[in-house]
Design a protein around this ligand. Structure first.
Ligand code: ZN
Ligand code: ZN
Length: 313
């Protein structure tokens, strides 16, 4: 039987029960995470109709470490981004640093889509990791605020593209035959926000197919893709000699939660061992719920593999 998948709210409630000190922060961000999660499902059709789809995986390019969306046009993203912004801006503009920019953000994101839309260009620049300065100044929005808000508005659009491309059952194309070997996302090129070790696979029909579990997967919060990765290797610098990766965890009630960090380049990634849990948590919510470990890492002078809004500063 498949393990139960927890919602954002259930995942955060679980964390709060064990770490009450985090409750105010988790409660503050829960509506935003829940809305983003729901939007990914709602946008499936809009995204398809806008002509946004992932290209087919090409073995050679995957082996060379070229992510699927590298250099791909995101024309048509403006419509679904607008739809996402309609739901997310009211939540995002309650954040103190964003509130003064509310009017400029609404004017930028909620206008009707047009030909040669700057929101398409913005989506492409975010995925490519290019500067968005000129788009921000043309749009009359502060560049840092625009980047922060676009992270939330674009993510459900990319999630919908990934979900539309995944087979109902079976492996993602990038996991087939070890097509993808990199520590960054096979779809959008971002570094993962969290890693997970899988549960033992139970196959009732064929005992020989039962696996022991414990294989490592990385999860991209930007687009929602997950991919297999070598357990002993560093997703950032690629080193894989024994002793490269160390583990940092609380003594008690860890429920499989820990940080895996690299002794060579000092980056870390939160990791959850699902063999130590009943249900499968919402990974984006759990990454937020593990912020107490981000603080421990910061004291050890470690850097997050992918900075998130709660560990950026
Ligand atoms: Zn991604
Ligand atoms: Zn490293």
């Amino acid at each position: 039987m498949a393990a139960k998948h927890q919602s954002v709210a259930d995942t955060l409630a679980d964390v709060t029960a064990r770490r009450p000190v985090l409750e105010p922060v988790l409660r503050a961000f829960e509506p935003l995470l829940s809305a983003g999660d729901a939007l990914a499902g709602k946008l499936a059709k809009t995204v398809r109709e806008a002509g946004l789809r992932l290209p087919e995986l090409q073995w050679d390019r995957a082996q060379q470490g070229v992510s699927l969306l590298a250099g791909v046009s995101l024309t048509g993203a403006a419509g679904p981004m607008r739809q996402a912004a309609e739901e997310l801006l009211p939540l995002l503009t309650t954040i103190e640093a964003v509130a003064p920019h509310a009017e400029a953000l609404r004017a930028f994101f909620l206008r009707p889509a047009d030909a040669d839309d700057t929101r398409d260009a913005l989506a492409e620049a975010m995925v490519a990791g290019r500067s968005i300065e000129s788009i921000a100044s043309d749009g009359g929005v502060d560049p840092e605020v625009l980047a922060f808000v676009t992270g939330f508005v674009l993510s459900p659009v990319l999630h919908a593209m990934v979900a539309n491309a995944l087979p109902e059952d079976g492996e993602a194309p990038w996991d087939k035959d070890g097509a993808w070997q990199q520590g960054y996302c096979p779809v959008c090129g971002a570094f993962p926000t969290i890693a997970w070790l899988d549960k033992p696979l139970l196959d009732e029909k064929n005992a020989y197919l039962a696996g022991g579990g414990g294989k490592k997967h990385l999860h991209c919060s930007q687009c929602g893709a997950g991919w297999k990765f070598l357990r002993g290797a560093c997703p950032s610098c690629g080193k894989e000699a024994s002793g490269t990766m160390e583990m940092l965890r609380e003594a008690e009630a860890a429920r499989g939660e820990r940080l895996d960090w690299c002794t060579k380049c000092n980056t870390y990634c939160p990791t959850v061992d699902l063999r130590e849990r009943e249900a499968v948590p919402n990974l984006d919510a759990l990454a937020l719920g593990m912020m107490h470990l981000d603080m421990v890492a910061a004291r050890k002078k470690l850097r997050p593999l992918r900075p998130s809004f709660w560990n950026m500063y």
